[in-house]
Design a binder for this molecule. Structure first.
Ligand code: IMP
Ligand code: MG
Length: 215
């Protein structure tokens, strides 16, 4: 099973005052759950693990938009650093897909592909799907079954976060950054109705924030 950094259920997070938070979000957050530096350190190690397993072949990194874009960019930077600094290196190309399954702070049952590249270009390739968070697992399972129709040679999934929840379908990604309690988190490209992507740390949304940005 994939190794991960576990954030326990009783983790209260860190006071906002200890970190730099954009003024426009100060009233909307409860705590900092995962500081940006820790995200980066864990991502660096995920890059190493991925290259160890998938190295030697051309990799197509598939970014699941929009939530995955920060993690995708940082993970690829670490993979590029490994490519620059070792005897073996792997060619890397990028593709993008846009999915939507969330409204307010709840996963809906319907996962929609609402844009991105033509998936037929992935046929015969080694694909690394890069996702921000797996909750029920429905989004990833939908994407995986969609992809299998295009006959990629290999598909691996890396998700920065996996939520510990009874709503999980049991699906687990191949690589996991952190396993988190069953709470709604924002920041580092994770959004609440499109807000909070412009926040570096992963934080706990408070009631005020939920009301303010509700649709
Ligand atoms: P799933 O289909 O239930 O696994 O949900 C996956 C998608 O829901 C993710 O790609 C996110 O876009 C969104 N999501 C799930 N939990 C959270 C959260 O705590 N904050 C922000 N987005 C979330
Ligand atoms: Mg996502």
């Amino acid at each position: 099973m994939a190794a991960f950094l576990q954030i326990p259920d009783n983790e209260k997070g860190h006071d906002l005052d200890l970190f730099c938070i954009p003024k426009h979000y100060e009233e909307d957050l409860d705590k900092v759950m995962i500081p940006h530096g820790l995200i980066m350190d864990r991502t660096e190690r995920l890059a190493r693990n991925i290259i160890k397993d998938m190295g030697g072949h051309h990799i197509v990194a598939l970014c699941v938009l929009k939530g995955g874009y920060k993690f995708f960019a940082d993970l690829l930077d670490y993979i590029k650093a490994l490519n620059r600094n070792s005897d073996k290196s792997v060619p890397l190309t990028v593709d993008f897909i846009r999915l939507k399954s969330y409204c307010n702070d709840e996963s809906t049952h319907c996962v929609k592909v609402i844009g991105g590249d033509e998936l037929s270009s992935l046929s015969g390739k080694n694909v690394l799907i890069v996702e921000d968070i797996v909750e029920t697992g429905r989004t990833m399972q939908t994407l995986l079954s969609l992809l299998s129709g295009y006959n990629p040679k290999m598909v691996k999934v890396v998700s920065l976060l996996v939520k510990r929840t009874s709503r999980s379908s049991g699906y687990r990604p191949d690589y996991i950054g952190f396993e988190i309690p069953d709470i709604f988190l924002v920041g580092y490209a994770l959004d609440y109705n499109e807000y909070f992507r412009d926040l570096s740390h992963i934080c706990i949304l408070n009631e005020n924030g939920k009301q303010k940005y509700k649709v």
